[in-house]
Design a protein around this ligand. Structure first.
Ligand code: URP
Ligand code: ZN
Ligand code: ZN
Length: 458
């Protein structure tokens, strides 16, 4: 099967040029200024960008959490991802206490099998570490699950102590894995939460008021310090605040391999959303929480100057009805997380590139190339080059869409950006040469996505 994408502007993390791209079966075969080659299908990309497919390295599909389960499974979640221009995800499998990592991986592999419409990999969340689990970490790296999320928050559920964190970091120094850290001081937050509830402070905004930026900054600093002692790189997930960013920036200025991602919610939403009337603030209950608006400029600066390397989504959707409602009288019972898998590329293009905050190349780097490099997928994914997978997004920089739960494809009854207009939207999406989205319509197939065996750090 040969597909020729003609007349578009090809954009990678480093280049931008008028070019034609020939896809042969699952791969990019030829790139040229004007290709007059036979093809079974021609896609006219005049006036549009031809981008490497987006890579979202932080999703939670079909995840039991907070007494309920995230509402997008691997079918609805990856379909929505494709609509938004994402062609690969890395989701989080969870080792619940008492379970092996292999059991967790099998459980998540079953969730994805026959459902994913785009390619998917897994990180492994470790909630209990002993000698056997350390051995399993090596085995997982060999199987292509090369990153491990650890929590410094959620005591009694996910949180690991510093000794276990340190051991896991040391292990990745040997096996080439990467530790991804949820950096919030869970012990301190728990005390603040109990005090708030005892004082009758039960509304959604107390979720944010009991998780101060300093608790994120302290944990970020501690995580980086532990990685420095272990002499290994570290990746901070869903970094939300200027104070935490400062810890990463200082470490990088000292030459440490400390990396971090942020997410669109921290760039476009703020603490003010928790003040929406009634229980509406529950829509934004996530951890870390949304911060004061002043943080946003600092995060954009971090993205522009490479103190932040990735924009992922932390897509973890719960409906308001019956799910977020679990916390009507107690903010600590509101399941943590929000939808975002479909809206990342348009939001970041509109608020980043069109607004003049980042270049078009940096947009591609943050949403595709850098996540591919960090998580062992490059150059198979994350660029447009001969031999790379034919994961392509034809992106229309002039199309304006209004974000709304009704017209988006995530399986959730609200959208955090409801009514927001964004310019820049996906037109056509190919995953390994197969059309998934054509002129804004879904033409893909559940089960067409494959497991991504990722490479360890070299
Ligand atoms: O609130 C969030 N972020 N929910 C998903 C789980 C996590 O910590 O990433
Ligand atoms: Zn987290
Ligand atoms: Zn997450």
């Amino acid at each position: 099967m040969r597909t020729l994408i003609k007349n578009g502007t090809v954009v990678t993390a480093s280049d931008q040029y008028r070019g034609d791209v020939l896809l042969e079966d699952e791969k990019i075969a030829v790139i040229g200024t004007t290709l007059e080659l036979h093809a079974d299908r021609i896609i006219d990309a005049s006036g549009k960008y031809v981008l490497p497919g987006g890579i979202d390295v932080h999703t939670h599909l079909d995840m039991p959490f907070g007494g309920t389960t995230s509402v997008d499974d691997f079918e609805s979640g990856t379909r929505a991802a494709a609509f938004g221009g994402t062609t690969s995800i890395v989701d989080f499998a969870i080792q619940y206490r008492g379970q092996t990592l292999h059991h967790a991986l099998e459980t998540w592999a079953k969730k994805a099998e026959g459902k994913a419409v785009i390619d998917y990999g897994f990180h492994m969340i470790i909630t209990q570490l002993d000698d056997q689990v350390e051995g399993e970490m090596d085995a997982l790296v060999r199987q292509g699950v090369t990153s491990f999320k650890l929590f410094m928050a959620y005591p009694g559920v996910f949180m690991l102590d510093d000794a276990s964190i340190f051991k896991a970091l040391l292990r990745t120094g040997k096996n080439g894995g990467t530790i991804c850290m949820h950096a919030e001081n869970g012990g301190v937050i728990d005390v603040l939460v109990q005090r708030a509830l005892a004082a009758g402070q039960t509304a959604p905004r107390y979720h944010a008021l009991t998780r101060p930026s300093r608790a994120e900054a302290e944990a970020t600093h501690r995580a980086i310090a532990l990685a420095e002692i272990a002499d290994v790189p570290i990746y901070i997930v869903h970094l939300s605040s200027a104070e935490a960013l400062q810890m990463v920036t200082e470490a990088r200025d000292r030459g440490l391999p400390a990396c971090a991602e942020t997410c669109p919610q921290y760039l476009f939403l703020s603490y003010d959303n928790y003040e929406e009337p009634g229980f509406a603030g529950a829509k934004y209950v996530m951890s870390p929480p949304l911060r004061a608006k002043a943080n946003q400029d600092q995060l954009w600066r971090g993205l522009a100057f490479d103190d932040l390397q990735v924009i992922s989504t932390d897509h973890c959707p719960f409906c308001m009805k019956e799910q977020k409602e679990l916390g009507t009288n107690d903010f600590s019972k509101i399941p943590n997380g929000a939808p975002g898998i479909e809206t990342r590329m348009s939001l970041v293009y509109d608020g980043g590139v069109a607004a003049g905050r980042i270049s078009l190349n940096r947009f591609v780097e943050l949403t595709s190339t850098s996540p591919a490099k960090m998580f062992g997928l490059f150059p198979r994914k994350g660029t447009i080059a001969p031999g790379s997978d034919a994961d392509i997004v034809v992106f229309d920089p002039t199309r304006t869409i209004t974000l709304a739960a009704k017209t988006l494809h995530m399986n959730v009854d609200y959208n955090p950006y409801e009514g927001r207009e964004v310019t820049g939207a996906t037109h056509t999406v190919l995953s390994r040469g197969r059309l998934v989205i054509e002129n804004g319509k879904f033409v893909g197939r559940a089960g067409a996505g494959s497991f991504l065996k990722r490479s360890p750090r070299s």
